[in-house]
Write a protein that binds this ligand. Structure first.
Ligand SMILES: C[S@@+](CC[C@H](N)C(=O)[O-])C[C@H]1O[C@@H](n2cnc3c(N)ncnc32)[C@H](O)[C@@H]1O
Length: 276
């Protein structure tokens, strides 16, 4: 099932294979970006009455992990535009809903202590980010906290030739499609503009490829998998003529990851809604 009447700009499928990939990616990012924590900011005071929202939850990986780590009295909501990847029988304190982050339920106003949102750089148009940030601000209680995780594909280290070529093709294609693909680096200023306070933005390294051993191979499987599955937007926007051409480019990108030990940055951005 899916929310009707909302522009769905998401570049990836929502099938069983994608469910596996998202869960693998969750484990990878938890280890490398949030240092093993579901709530990165150690200053967030989690009470037994806490209400959390996982916005654009996908498979619910974060919400289910939060349910395992936090007391059962904590109420966890998880919303997505599509219910395709929702788990069949979540714990009783985890509530899944169909909702667009651009138009969250009216009765959620000022009802959450914490909102988590990850990896929408390939899902929301620029205008939709404006709506999403204002909706997240609305549903947070005064004093509530937020965390965003967004990968930055455009500043890899080292800047090897095929990887840089792919970066340019990726950025041009996603921008042509109207996606806010470099949102990660812009979130700090955007959040300040919405009235959030205490905004902190950190860039964490995400290693890709065999040179990094098991963690690099996990990264390549998670992110390489996503980039490969996004092939149709590259054909649609004219970057390549066919899927085969795109696959060949991705073969060369992944080979370079293995040989060069490419690292991308992943942005973790945290902030608070002021009390007044
Ligand atoms: C890359 S997945 C990330 C899922 C999850 N946040 C994670 O980190 O595993 C992007 C998710 O955003 C959802 N999505 C796309 N547009 C959305 C919208 N307007 N409102 C809510 N969810 C949306 C997709 O259905 C998909 O589940």
């Amino acid at each position: 099932m899916k929310v009707e009447g909302v522009t769905d700009a998401y570049v990836l499928p929502r099938d069983e294979g994608e469910l596996q990939r998202l869960n693998l990616q969750y484990a990878y990012l938890k280890r490398l970006v949030t240092d093993g924590r579901v709530i990165y900011d150690k200053g967030v005071d989690i009470t037994s009455e806490f209400r959390l929202l996982d916005s654009a939850t996908g498979t619910g990986a974060w919400a289910l992990d939060a349910a395992e780590q936090l007391p059962t009295s904590v109420e966890i909501h998880a919303a997505d535009l599509s219910s395709n990847n929702f788990p069949p029988s979540p714990p009783s304190n985890v509530h899944f809903s169909l909702a667009s982050v651009t138009n969250l339920p009216q009765d959620w106003t000022e009802s959450f202590d914490f909102v988590n949102q990850r990896l929408l750089f390939g899902a929301l148009l620029r205008k939709q980010w404006t709506e999403a940030l204002s909706e997240i601000y609305r549903v947070l209680k005064p004093g509530g906290a937020v965390q965003f995780v967004e990968i930055d594909l455009y500043h890899p280290v080292p800047e090897s030739p095929t990887v840089m070529h792919y970066c340019r093709v990726h950025e041009e294609t996603f921008k042509k499609a109207g996606l806010f693909c470099d949102v990660g680096r812009n979130l700090h200023d955007l959040l300040l503009g919405y009235g959030f306070i205490g905004v902190k933005s950190e860039a964490r390294h995400n290693p890709m490829g065999k040179m990094w051993g098991e963690i690099g191979m996990q990264g390549a499987k998670a992110f390489g998998g996503a980039l490969r599955k996004a092939w149709s937007i590259f054909v649609k926007e004219g970057a390549v003529k066919t899927k085969e051409e795109y696959d060949k480019l991705m073969d060369r990108v992944e080979q370079e990851w293995d040989e060069q030990g490419t690292q991308y940055h992943c942005m973790i951005v945290t902030a608070r809604k002021p009390f007044v």
